[in-house]
Design a protein around this ligand. Structure first.
Ligand code: HEC
Ligand code: HEC
Length: 351
């Protein structure tokens, strides 16, 4: 009798377009796992990690129904084997239109404060809404996405478990996607073992380490504590910088698009170098195919311009590294590789 009443109420509520929220709804809190040498991430209080939310987000990440013509999902441009980036300089959206910027890696984003190459979004929850409706990416409309998802029985169950209701909304989709993305933690590379004291560098890696973290190579000023990893912002270091890729920038290039300040022209988000071996091509426009090309660029010193970072001290003159030194830098950067992360099946498609 009671059950009948509830079903009836549901049917009624559905008919008027509103789905009930289960008052007894419970979730399982998920504690983010990361190495002891990482700082604590600042997670949003209004989107706590739960097992149910992460599972829902994982389904959404790999679902082509989020795109306008059911052909593209987040994974089309963010592939696990590429550290969740894409092996081409530019991505192509569902309408065959090429983007003009390299897809970014998605790892250790729980430690980051700004998203996109120009940092235009300050929260992951805001960021993940964009690709779904971006005309040169998944080119969908929210009412269509919500409709498609609400009609699916699997999602009815996933949403009920995560949010206590089968009702789908833009906010819930964004929350679940963000939760899943926050679980993409890479922290079991040789570099991590080195920091933990259980790995010794080869002599070539050691040479690279010394260059990277010393005034000779100067990479550490921008690429974070012993490189890499988790985000520099967490250490009060630089977040956006012009590393001298070009001598001429257009108005609005890079961070200037957000701040409107010419002082920010040509400054881009300093990317994490985690799994850098696998996330080619490199730079915001994917101009370098290999790490050797990247090292040749830094060896050349970079191009002078009004906003070049003062830490690019060899701009215009060059570093004059030997082949052994260049190889050392590359070998050291390969110690950031974490094959376990790239093959972790809890990040792969649940479908
Ligand atoms: C057509 C290719 C494409 C698709 C599909 C796509 N992305 Fe992206 N993604 C990109 C590109 C390109 C950038 C960098 C854009 C920029 O900076 O303007 C990016 C950036 C991001 C970032 C910022 C990372 C950082 O470090 O700042 C996140 C997070 C992200 N995407 C998540 C997603 C999610 C979630 C989906 C699915 C809903 C998705 N993307 C679908 C191409 C794509
Ligand atoms: C002044 C700050 C700065 C210094 C110093 C610096 N970098 Fe960078 N690096 C950046 C920025 C900013 C980017 C992204 C630039 C872009 O795409 O516009 C970048 C990009 C990279 C990339 C490509 C990352 C990707 O995902 O595409 C690699 C690899 C790299 N740097 C390695 C190094 C090494 C090795 C050194 C030292 C020899 C170094 N960097 C020194 C700021 C710096």
């Amino acid at each position: 009798m009671k059950k009948m009443g509830f079903t009836l109420m549901c049917a009624l509520l559905l008919a008027i377009g509103c789905r009930p929220v289960d008052p007894k709804h419970e979730v399982t809190t998920l504690v983010l796992e990361y190495p002891a040498h990482f700082p604590e991430p600042t997670l949003p209080l209004d989107n706590e990690l739960t097992e149910e939310g992460v599972l829902l987000g994982r389904h959404l990440f790999y679902d082509v129904r989020l795109s306008g013509d059911n052909t593209q999902n987040c994974n089309s441009c963010h592939r696990q084997e590429s550290n969740f980036a894409e092996p081409t300089p530019y991505s192509t959206g569902i309408d065959g239109i090429d983007g003009n910027i390299n897809a970014m890696v998605l790892s250790n984003l729980a430690w980051q404060d700004f998203f996109f190459w120009d940092g235009r979004d300050g929260s992951l929850e805001d960021q993940v809404k964009e690709p779904i409706v971006n005309p040169i990416e998944m080119h969908s409309q929210w009412p269509d996405v919500i409709d498609k998802i609400e009609q699916d029985l699997t999602y009815n169950e996933l949403f009920s478990k995560a949010f206590g209701t089968t009702e789908v909304s833009k906010e819930k989709v964004a929350k679940a996607l963000s939760q899943f993305i926050r679980t993409l933690v890479t922290g079991t590379s040789s570099l991590d073992s080195y920091i933990e004291g259980s790995y010794s560098f080869t002599s070539s890696e050691q040479k690279g380490f010394d260059l990277f973290n010393g005034e000779q190579g100067d990479c550490f000023h921008c690429h974070g504590l012993a490189t890499t990893g988790y985000q520099m912002g967490a250490f009060g270091l630089l977040q956006f910088s012009n590393n001298g890729l070009d001598s001429i920038y257009q108005t609005g290039d890079g961070r200037e698009a957000v701040t409107g300040s010419a002082f920010d022209r040509g400054k881009f988000k300093i990317p994490s170098l985690r799994n850098i071996e696998y996330s080619f091509p490199y730079m915001h426009d994917g101009r370098f195919q290999t790490l050797a090309e990247v090292v040749d660029f830094y060896n050349m010193g970079g191009h002078l311009s009004a906003t070049i970072d003062p830490n690019m001290k060899a701009a215009g003159s060059g570093r004059n590294w030997s082949e052994v030194e260049k190889k050392g830098l590359i070998d050291f950067m390969k110690t950031f590789s974490d094959p376990t992360f790239l093959m972790d099946t809890s990040f792969s498609s649940p479908w």
